[in-house]
Ligand binder design. Sequence first.
Ligand SMILES: C[S@@+](CC[C@H](N)C(=O)[O-])C[C@H]1O[C@@H](n2cnc3c(N)ncnc32)[C@H](O)[C@@H]1O
Length: 285
Amino acid sequence: MSANQTVDFPMNSSLSSVRTTDKEKSDTQGPYKATSSIAQIQLVNSHLEVYDPSDDSFVLVDALLADRARLIEHQPKICLEVGCGSGYVITSLALMLQEEAPRIHYFATDINLHAVATTRGTLEAHGVHAEVVATDIASGLQRRLAGLVDVIVVNPPYVPTPEEEVACEGITASWAGGENGRRVIDRILPVADELLSERGWLYMVILAENNPLEICRRMGEKGYGSKIVLQRSTQEERLQVIKFWREGAAAGLPREGSRGGSSTSESWLSHFPLFSFLRKGENGG
Ligand SMILES: C[S@@+](CC[C@H](N)C(=O)[O-])C[C@H]1O[C@@H](n2cnc3c(N)ncnc32)[C@H](O)[C@@H]1O
């Protein structure tokens, strides 16, 4: 399987703290070990008003595991999770990178105060650290971190809902995405653009109903390449984890695609038969 192919993993059935994906096995034939730790479900703190790890959380962590060797090679200095909920994702990211990339500074944000407390508890239970901030998207951090974040991970509220449910307090804020599920996503994208470093990567969970093609076109206009790292269908949802990276990363910096992965022509758009067809037409082929 080539590095840029869409990877379909089966539903997460294991609650084990150590998992090795097929993709990771192939990625780790290099210098990195083939297994890595992620957060243990039994150590993840919970609260009635906080989103528990679910299929979308698992798909994001599995995508990060699938890209782990690239992440290690990328040597990020600052990683941020927007909308950390229980802390399962940011804790897993810290655990999976801690051995080979031990000096990363982690940040996490959530608009829900209970989520902030829960994430702190989950991090502590696993012996890893992140600065966890109660804020809307990243507004409390934007001045401090502008242009400095190498990896952003987001599992946003993406469910299409009535507009009035968006920005509700507590657990409703976990899923309520307004029209097309895009209300919060569309606010996160420009913030990510502002925060990401020259070589920054953004991993975002997106639902088919969110119109991922349009999201990638919009990010493309800002100079980002994109590809699906992983997609998974549950009984209710078709989830994709899309990775975005700056196409114009400064020369000499490690960047997406440097390990034989994606380039512009291998971008996420090429996963769409319609777009491939249009491109063939454009190229006369
Ligand atoms: C689908 S949950 C994901 C939780 C966790 N990341 C996971 O994957 O299990 C979305 C999270 O985003 C948070 N959230 C919603 N709107 C937000 C906003 N404007 N700023 C920051 N966090 C927000 C919610 O409170 C919730 O914790």
